[in-house]
Ligand binder design. Structure first.
Ligand code: IMP
Length: 200
């Protein structure tokens, strides 16, 4: 079988491992940014997840002359007009600071108005074109205080009602089966082999 190459436009080794696992046996060789030289700095300058993911995928596709996959994700809280949104990773210096800021901003907001969603958008670029986009969403409620120690980011304050657990109280496989990133990756993995096979 001729392996198709795909670059993951992310320096995050956890994401690389996760996508590699998902693509195992698909005939796609996933290349990490750390395996490439002279990689341009990736920024997230836009107001939507889709624009940021597309931007990163296009930068790496043009640089590598290979198809490139990028993601952008974050937490959208209704009562905060969608914040932290695309600024999720920049809402504080550390995960703890980001969580403290979020909880402080929601201090006077009652449980029924603490609805939130995690969003993940994946963009696949080839040359100057976006040839695929997928979105995954997980809906939950922001708790009054952190619960659980697994995961990362806002997981300890993101309560997922169907399982009655926060994302930080779930096992990794459990979180993957219901998370925004899991949904987006599964949607993509069904279409990716055909999309890459169609490229000249
Ligand atoms: P990026 O997609 O790598 O830019 O990350 C966006 C930010 O959103 C992360 O740094 C986290 O703060 C937050 N985030 C995205 N996905 C998750 C998740 O699954 N759990 C907790 N926080 C997340």
């Amino acid at each position: 079988m001729v392996m198709k190459q795909l670059v993951l436009a992310s320096g995050n080794s956890d994401k690389l491992r996760e996508v590699r696992q998902l693509l195992a046996g698909s005939g796609i060789q996933l290349i990490g940014l750390n395996e490439m030289s002279g990689t341009p700095q990736l920024t997230e300058p836009f107001d939507t997840f889709a624009e940021n993911a597309s931007h990163k995928a296009l930068v790496i596709a043009r640089h590598s002359h290979l198809p490139a996959l990028a993601d952008d994700s974050g937490l959208v809280v209704e009562a905060l007009d969608g914040r932290p949104g695309v600024h999720s990773s920049r809402y504080g210096q550390t995960d703890q600071e980001r969580i403290e800021r979020l909880l402080a901003e929601l201090m006077d907001v009652p449980p029924e108005r603490r609805v939130a969603r995690f969003v993940c958008v994946l963009a696949l670029a080839h040359g100057d074109d976006i040839i695929g986009m997928w979105e995954g969403v997980a809906e939950g409620i922001i708790t009054a205080e952190p619960h659980g120690t697994s995961g990362f980011g806002y997981d300890p304050v993101f309560y997922y009602p169907p399982l009655r657990l926060t994302f930080a109280e779930m096992l990794p496989e459990q979180k993957n089966s219901v998370s925004h990133r899991g949904h987006a990756l599964r949607a993509m993995s069904g279409q990716l082999p055909q999309l890459l096979a169609a490229l000249v």
